[in-house]
Design a protein around this ligand. Sequence first.
Ligand code: ADP
Ligand code: ZN
Length: 611
Amino acid sequence: MIKRHIHNISNLFLIFVLLLTIHGSAYAASSATERISYSEFKKLIQENKLEEVILDSVSIRGILKAEEGQKFKKYVTTTKVEDPDLIKDLISHNVKFSATTQGGAGQYLYLVWFIPMIIFLIMMTRARRGATGAGLMSIGKSRANLYIDKDTGVTFGDVAGVDEAKEELKEVIDYLQNPQKYQRLGGKIPKGVLLVGPTGTGKTLLAKAVAGEAKVPFFSISGSGFVEMFVGVGAARVRDLFAQAQEKAPCIIFIDEIDALGKVRAAAPISGGHEERENTLNQLLVEMDGFDTRKGVILMAATNRPETLDPALLRPGRFDRHILVDRPDIKGREEILKVHSKNVKLGKDVDIKIIAARTPGFVGADLANVVNEAALLAARVGKDAVGMDSFEEAINRGIAGLEKKKKVMSKKEQEIIAYHESGHALVAESVPGADKVHRISIIPRGISALGYTLQLPTEDRYLLTRSELLDRLAVLLGGRVAEEIKFNEVSTGAQNDLERATDIAMSMVREYGMSEKLGPMTFQNGRKPLFIELGYRAGREVSEEVSKDIDNEVKKIIFDTHSRVKSILLENKDRLQALAKLLMEKEVIEGEELRKIMSEIAPNPKTETAV
Ligand code: ADP
Ligand code: ZN
């Protein structure tokens, strides 16, 4: 709509320019002018050949009388000379004359550009105003990214599984409701509360709930929204935000993704947006220091990368209150699922506890998605309640992307994947420290995961022992080793496994002090992200020698585990064969079936070659 509008304006502009240009050139063509000397000019007067004369400060232009059949008028021009008789001569020969201060056509020429430019500018300004609700002059007041909610309507009842965070935020609510109560005793009121946690854990929801519980307006803006293309706009926006908020106090200002704005100066890339971001950040610091908490404005911000924040933001009197909003544990997931299935008609077979157990690592947003997806799936097949099967399907989709049953896979590929996944599963069932296998599937899902072996933790774990880590490592290598045993060759399918295995081994050596050779020391420097992002590697500032030792230790852990896995799978060779065959047939095998196969088929004897 807006695009079209501008499009029309530029069309209009183009036509206007064209018209004027055509007009201008006609004028230029008609005024083909001949330069003559002053004496020749005088002669033309004497011979009565001139119709009209235009005088300016430096030159004289004459229009010749038209001859028979002449289409255009002819012009002459000459340089002005001191001639007191000129006017007298013109009068006596009946020549019209006039004077200008500027040259003839020149005075129209600038109109060709000037008028349309002005019109264009006016129209652009109008279009802008229409688009953003503000004119060019008040761009700093633009509210495009600012979101104001008089009453969020969200309560603590809508946020589940974050009891500790809620407990801490109760104080903020109480303060917003009775600011006087706190001031009376001189209590220190929090100015800035930083919510720290992975994406989708409910940080925004929590901030809204605080506003909703306290029944105060909620101003929200995203840190990335501050980073503008015009210098000074971000800072102006911050000023505007605080000015508006103070008018509406008590209220909450919520800045999402504050890391986009408050990056550590050194960590920021050198680019055009860099300086602007710093200006905006400085303005935020100024406003934070300047605003009076007694007015009842509480600043809340969210980030999933607290380690990248400029320390200036975290100083006392700024965002000095930090609240962790972590991934929910099994109990938390159960509560979140309950919140989101409140208005969903659940089948009798649905057990929320089991769904919670099946979704370790899922955050609130993922769980909300699972419930919604399950409801849609059930509705699609015309059920009148959402059953456990729909939930299972929704979870599987959540885990590995949409099922792509139709994706064709060659028999050979399918066989490789079947052995690979069977390898994971058999190792998982054979080592004591791994989670039990819930399901093995070779139905391709999404792009990266060809097949998967799903292990169900029986409990949420916060601490892992060295042998448990080694067992997990073994499970990861199981896929690759099964391929080696069956095909005497390896495929690219294990890349993700190997990456994760290497990460575990690295962490064991560098972070957990679990290497015998290097002893209980850690070898990592710099600020480590609280929530590891993909591709993150801790910086190492250790000597070359130690660095070599680390590499050797990591290698040793991987190699030792590899040979351990090899002997496990050689012992399970018959089982591996049977399992892979069944998997190719059925595509999906449940944990019980796997354990049945294991109880029915005896292990192979240990062989000397199993190294
Ligand atoms: P964040 O701000 O941490 O990225 P959001 O607050 O935007 O996460 O969460 C997105 C959505 O996920 C919410 O609107 C809500 O539907 C759901 N959700 C996330 N966490 C929770 C939770 N703890 N309890 C209930 N719902 C949640
Ligand atoms: Zn694998």
